[in-house]
Design a protein around this ligand. Structure first.
Ligand code: NAD
Length: 261
């Protein structure tokens, strides 16, 4: 079924994990997909998989989502190349610097806020004019159960703050953009098997207590281990599609009941 035929999607953080799975999923169902990430081999590999293996249409763009000049330019390039924008998956994010609050520097704090909050803001800000031109669209923001349903990560005060902030931002923009038929929703995954831990920065003396050696058994009652990026891509596809036409301002948890324990 080609639910996204004739649609263009921007996916940020498309080089890995949840973004990569969502980009592939949207392309498989007919969308043209712009892959935004810090350019590296992984983003090119997503592009290659979509274009050559799934016979889709994708193009990777070297974008730091926290850079306003680059973001504005890349978004307008997408509209030029693909003829418009319909679906926006604001997903790029980092764990950032983990540290107890009294040891966290302002630079550490701002580093996480810059990618997770400024990045989300800029992605939405620069794409909305194009969604308006189309007469509507769907924006999906990747938040987390962390900062909303759970507060469990040691030294993750900055990360949790960004994930709660994204939900407030989602609700305000959902309200603001409803009259333009632009829907805005947030997804809150529990642990998902991705490369997110490689975005964690932590001092050597804290490393041992902060980084868990193994994923704790039974942490997600529905599954044997963490969820898979493809599970999240299913939810993203639903929110991107017309099947969720009456869903906006919603925060949807996808965690195998992790946050209920
Ligand atoms: P990931 O590290 O596998 O993928 C994230 C991608 O974002 C990477 O390709 C990275 O290069 C890119 N990225 C990072 N900073 C960027 C920037 N400044 N500009 C552009 N791209 C940038 O991790 P993931 O788990 O797929 O993370 C995706 C989102 O899911 C994040 O917002 C994360 O907070 C959220 N999340 C993840 C989990 C989990 O357990 N994996 C749980 C809850 C929420």
């Amino acid at each position: 079924r080609q639910r996204f035929q004739g649609k263009t999607a921007i996916v940020t953080g498309a080089g890995s994990g949840i973004g990569k799975a969502a980009a592939i999923r949207l392309a498989k169902e007919g969308a043209k997909v712009a892959l935004f990430d810090l350019m590296d081999e992984r983003t090119r590999s997503t592009e290659h998989q979509i274009n050559n293996i799934y016979r889709g249409v994708s193009r990777s763009f070297d974008v730091d989502v926290s850079d306003p000049v680059r973001m504005e330019k890349a978004v307008s390039e997408v509209a030029d190349v693909f003829g418009g924008i319909d679906i926006v998956f604001a997903n790029a994010g980092i764990n950032g610097v983990l540290a107890p609050v009294d040891e966290m520097t302002l630079d550490d704090w701002e580093k996480t806020l810059k990618v997770n909050l400024n990045g989300t803001f800029l992605t939405v800000k620069y794409t909305v004019p194009y969604l308006k031109k189309r007469g509507g669209g769907s924006i999906i923001i990747t938040s987390s159960i962390n900062g909303n349903d759970r507060f469990s990560g040691f030294g993750m005060s900055a990360y949790s703050t960004t994930k709660a902030g994204q939900v407030a931002f989602m609700k305000m923009t959902a309200l603001e953009l409803a009259k333009f038929k632009i829907r805005v929703n947030a997804i809150c995954p529990g642990a998902i098997a991705t490369n997110i831990d490689s975005s964690t920065e932590v001092s050597e003396e804290l490393e041992e207590i902060i980084i868990p050696v193994e994923y704790p058994e039974g942490a997600q009652p529905l599954a044997d281990g963490p969820g898979q990026p493809e599970n999240v891509a299913d939810l993203v596809a639903f929110l991107a599609s017309d099947e969720s036409v009456h869903v906006t301002g919603a925060r949807i948890v996808i965690d195998g009941a992790e946050s209920l324990l």
